[in-house]
Design a protein around this ligand. Structure first.
Ligand SMILES: [Zn+2]
Length: 226
């Protein structure tokens, strides 16, 4: 390959600091450990970056139902890659409204053969502020029970491997919701706790933190040994 060819990607000049990466999305399913965990496929999460995230939903006797509403100021494009006994079929594509409901998206949650794999793509905006909201409505009467929002552009510093801060925000939101009384202000129905372990958002944030700490420690050892 010539030097010129190495500096272009599909006829466009390479963006400084980024290199082309090929990913097999079906292989990536292995790394998605939570229901609809939203795993960023590429390590580029900076301003203006297009961020495709893989989401997997799997049924079975231990799968627990959940429902929340997600608010985003940027459009989200959903492409269903595969599914069996799922609400969406392979090839279905849609632009989600700024406020949209999220659940397991399986017809029979208890069916261990049911699954769905989707790619959700967002674009990081070019401003310092990109707000997302996490909303829970009453499962009986649809009244607003919980709402929290944050600017997902800011989070803990990660020197080597960037963190998609939205997931840590969702984890904080469900911790706060689960610790609350979860009572509907209109009909007094007590909502079920949100299945935090199943969705895996905290696990993702913790693993990004550990990846960065492990690499930092390794680099420091290399300096001491060098
Ligand atoms: Zn209610």
């Amino acid at each position: 390959m010539t030097a010129a060819a190495q500096e272009a990607w599909f006829g466009q000049p390479l963006v400084p600091g980024k290199k082309p990466i090929k990913k097999n999305l079906f292989e990536e399913i292995i790394h998605a450990t939570g229901t609809l965990e939203l795993v960023p496929v590429f390590p580029y999460l900076d301003d203006g970056a297009i961020v495709p995230c893989l989401s997997v939903s799997i049924g079975g006797p231990n799968a627990r139902k959940f429902q929340f509403f997600h608010e985003n100021i940027v459009p989200e494009v959903l492409l269903c890659l595969a599914g069996e006994d799922s609400a969406l079929q392979a090839g279905q594509m849609m632009v989600l409204p700024n406020m949209h409901g999220v659940n397991n998206f399986l017809k029979d949650l208890a069916n261990e053969h049911a699954y769905m794999v989707v790619l959700i793509t967002i674009r990081m905006n070019s401003q310092d502020n990109q707000n997302e909201g996490f909303v829970i409505r009453c499962e009986k009467c649809n009244e607003l029970v919980y709402r929290r929002e944050t600017n997902i552009k800011h989070g803990p510093e990660r020197p080597y491997y960037p963190e998609f801060y939205a997931l840590g925000f969702y984890a904080d939101a469900i911790d706060e919701f689960n610790a609350s009384a979860r009572i509907c202000p209109k009909c007094n129905h007590v909502q079920e706790p949100f299945p935090d372990e199943q969705v895996g958002w905290r696990r993702y944030a913790q693993q990004v933190a550990v990846a960065n700490r492990a690499r930092t420690a390794s680099e420091q050892r290399a300096v001491h040994c060098g």
